[in-house]
Design a protein around this ligand. Structure first.
Ligand code: ADP
Ligand code: ZN
Ligand code: ZN
Length: 714
């Protein structure tokens, strides 16, 4: 009998909608364990693939079948383990994407590009020695609140929601929980590992410093690695391999890190768990926070979510038991209400803009407060969530506005380089000297962005001196000033060193930074979000303002020293609706009251977390085609009587708020159900119907469609 080669199933990234199934079969000289990384021919190319579980992984070739053989095995990289493969398979299923796409996207890009011999060379390079030693870790004494949280995390299973004020010492609790995991005796011969996620790349350096200084002396210089999209491909591969092989014990990263291969994983921390950036907005639209919960349960790792303003989903999931529901929520809620060092939370000061002269940007009392701080050498931070000089340019004579020709949006006026730029498609033109429609020279900016704030503030503070008798210094941090690599770090360093007196910026500066000398934070124009059509807008605004307020007065010692001047940390809000519930709750720092009020509204309206949602979006050359496709697919779903439909509501398609981007018309439809399982059943059954609908001639103009499960923006 001739020896038949083994047949292996391989997950790979096939072009989307190519009609090829999730797994392709290849012939192999020898059986290969699931999880093995291989290179295989695909069309005329050779691509990376992952050997996947299959009941017929070995067997005889069917008669006459010509299976292509795998091209090579990535020797030296251990097969990806069962928990990793299960995580990937779950994410693909839940978020309605191809298995191969999710699996390959979860691997470092360089793994895809390196030939096996290049990788082998890379693997031979010496890695930082694990270098574990008996050096004791120098721990500071925990406060009673921290200690009680730590003890419960240590003794209970979780998942945990650590609800702690800004500056309450959550990071210190993470450090201690990580330490406990690393020092625990591993059940297997694989070292124990922890994953710590933060929402933004720019928060990783500070955190990395804290983790390295704490753990490197004991566990070696290579014990802590980062994983985020700001790293070069070689760096990412290096971190990934270290985590996969167990030389790295702690992985710090952004949302993508949730897919890191961590065979010894025992703890996952999700810091600022409410942050929208945990949700991926392209490809597989996964929530790293939600996957963390799933992964922890599957892999037997504890999960710790932390926030001063938890998402309403997590807040609700951690509700305490009531007589009505004696078991309470699925999560364990832990409180840390006090700031370290008995530091006070910022006092909230609201300015009623109805009482201010028209067109006021900085009200007199706010300007006064900033001025006093500059004179005392303290720092202030001014927030405005809009970059550029003005959101639109308009003509006084004929009403012309700087609309983007390709999008249903204005082009933003950028004064520094005299351009009009569309923030949606990037289309950029020089600022015209005359109105393009009527020729009038009377064209003006309307509204304001961070560039304008910076300019006006410079003028307003031009006479104000710092304690060293030099003029006040103003800096701006937003996506425009931080494009160059390292620019953000350099600018943040200037703030930390005290070179800057007033920092103007977008929400980028409101998150997480441990600024020591900021004693005033101001939101000059936060009203926009109050009347948004997105039901989460109020929740997001409240979280942002609370977090921004938390940037003021973080250093108890500094605040004590400044107290002789009467300094108090302050959060200023200028609003035309100063009595709005969001600002009322902010004033008393009362997240719980705010959450209770929001949850009541959500429950009455049967919205998340009391219902589950998904969106299908379609892009086409015309709005008719975009909506027509969704209407037809809906009709087909009803005609086929798809499973789950009896408890899933399908809403009619509508145009997106920004209906056209780069000449593409966009429409979406919402699906809602009180049952997550039913919604999942329906989506799975609907997927092939959407495919079939798409191939019908009347939908020829359709460019793409995509599904967003648990969408964050509606
Ligand atoms: P959070 O993450 O909740 O905003 P951090 O963990 O960053 O707070 O702590 C705020 C500040 O308090 C940090 O400078 C930190 O070093 C300090 N800190 C935290 N825990 C303690 C403690 N137990 N004793 C003294 N200082 C602490
Ligand atoms: Zn005009
Ligand atoms: Zn545009």
């Amino acid at each position: 009998m001739p020896i038949h080669p083994a047949i292996v199933q391989v997950a790979l990234h096939t072009p989307s909608h190519s009609g090829v199934g999730d797994l392709l079969s290849y012939a192999s000289e020898r059986p290969l364990a699931p999880g093995t990384l291989v290179r295989v021919p695909l069309g005329t190319r050779e691509v990376l693939g992952v050997v996947w579980d299959s009941d017929e992984a070995t067997g005889e070739l069917p008669d006459g079948a010509t299976l292509r053989a795998i091209a090579g095995v990535l020797e030296g990289v251990a097969p990806l383990d069962v928990p990793w493969r299960r995580l990937v398979a779950f994410a693909a299923r839940y978020y309605q994407r191809a298995l191969g796409e999710v699996a390959l996207a979860a691997l470092p890009p360089q793994l895809r590009d390196l030939r096996p011999e290049q990788l082998a060379r890379r693997l031979r390079r010496p890695v930082a020695a694990a270098g574990e030693s008996q050096n004791a870790i120098l721990n500071i004494a925990l406060t009673p609140e921290q200690e009680s949280a730590r003890a419960r995390i240590s003794s209970e299973n979780g998942p945990f929601l650590l609800f702690g004020s800004t500056g309450s010492g959550k990071t210190e609790v993470y450090l201690r929980c990580v330490q406990e995991v690393l020092e625990a005796d591993p059940a297997s011969d694989f070292p124990t590992q922890a994953l710590v996620m933060v929402p933004e790349i720019n928060l990783t350096p500070q955190l990395e410093e804290r983790f390295v200084s704490r753990f490197a002396p004991r566990f070696g210089p290579g014990a802590v690695v980062s994983l985020h999209s700001g790293m070069t491909n070689p760096q990412r591969l290096k971190s990934w391999l270290a985590a996969h092989s167990g030389t790295a014990r702690i992985v710090l990263g952004t949302r993508m890190a949730v897919f890191a291969s961590l065979p010894g994983l025992k703890l996952i921390v999700v810091d600022e768990e409410h942050d929208p950036s945990y949700k991926q907005q392209e490809g597989a639209r996964y929530s790293a926070r939600d996957l963390a919960i799933w992964r922890g349960r599957e892999q037997g790792a504890k999960v710790l979510l932390g926030s001063a303003t938890p998402s309403l989903e997590s807040w609700y999931a951690s509700r305490p038991p009531t007589p009505e529901y004696p078991e309470g929520g699925r999560y364990v809620r832990l409180h840390m209400p006090s700031r370290i060092g008995a530091g006070a939370l910022a006092r909230v000061r609201r300015v009623d803009m109805n009482q201010q002269p028209r067109r006021t940007v900085f009200s007199a009392p706010l300007l006064q407060a900033i001025t006093e701080r500059v004179a005392r050498g303290e720092q202030s931070m001014i927030l405005l969530n809009r970059r550029g000089y003005a959101p639109v340019l308009h003509c006084v004579d004929c009403g012309w506005k700087s609309d983007c020709p390709h999008c249903s949006a204005h082009q933003v006026f950028h004064k520094t380089d005299r351009t009009l730029r569309c923030h949606h498609c990037g289309y950029t033109v020089r600022v015209p000297f005359h109105c393009p429609t009527c020729g009038s020279p009377d064209i003006h900016p309307m509204g304001r962005g961070t560039e304008q704030l910076e300019e006006q503030l410079s003028a307003l503070l031009s006479e104000v001196l710092r304690p060293d008798r030099t003029p006040a210094r103003i800096a701006r941090i937003d996506a425009d000033t931080t494009k160059a690599k390292g620019a953000l770090e350099a600018q943040l360093a200037q703030v930390h060193s005290g070179e800057v007196d007033v920092l103007v910026g977008t929400q980028m500066i409101a998150k997480g930074h441990d600024f020591r000398r900021i004693t005033l934070v101001a939101a000059v124009q936060p009203d926009g979000a109050l009347f948004s059509s997105d039901f989460r807008a109020a929740e997001r605004l409240f979280a942002l303002l609370m977090q921004a307020a938390g940037r003021a007065g973080r250093d108890a010692a500094y605040m004590a020293a400044q107290a002789v001047h009467g300094t108090q940390p302050e959060m200023w809000v200028q609003s035309f609706h100063p009595k709005h519930a969001v600002f009322e709750a902010l004033r008393t720092h009362d997240y719980e009251a705010f959450a209770a009020q929001q949850l009541k509204e959500r429950e009455e309206a049967a919205m998340p977390p009391f219902a589950y949602q998904a969106l299908v979006r379609s892009d086409a050359r015309t709005q008719d085609v975009a909506q027509g496709f969704l209407t037809a697919a809906t009709a087909a779903a009803h005609a086929a009587g798809l499973p789950g439909l009896e408890v899933v509501t399908l809403y009619p398609p509508v145009p997106l708020t920004i209906q056209r981007v780069a000449n593409v018309e966009r429409a979406q439809m919402l699906m809602e159900s009180s049952s997550r399982a039913a919604l999942q059943r329906f989506l799975a059954a609907w997927q092939p119907v959407l495919q079939t609908t798409r191939s019908q001639p009347e939908h020829k103009g359709l460019i793409r469609w995509l599904v967003d499960v648990d969408p964050l923006a509606i």
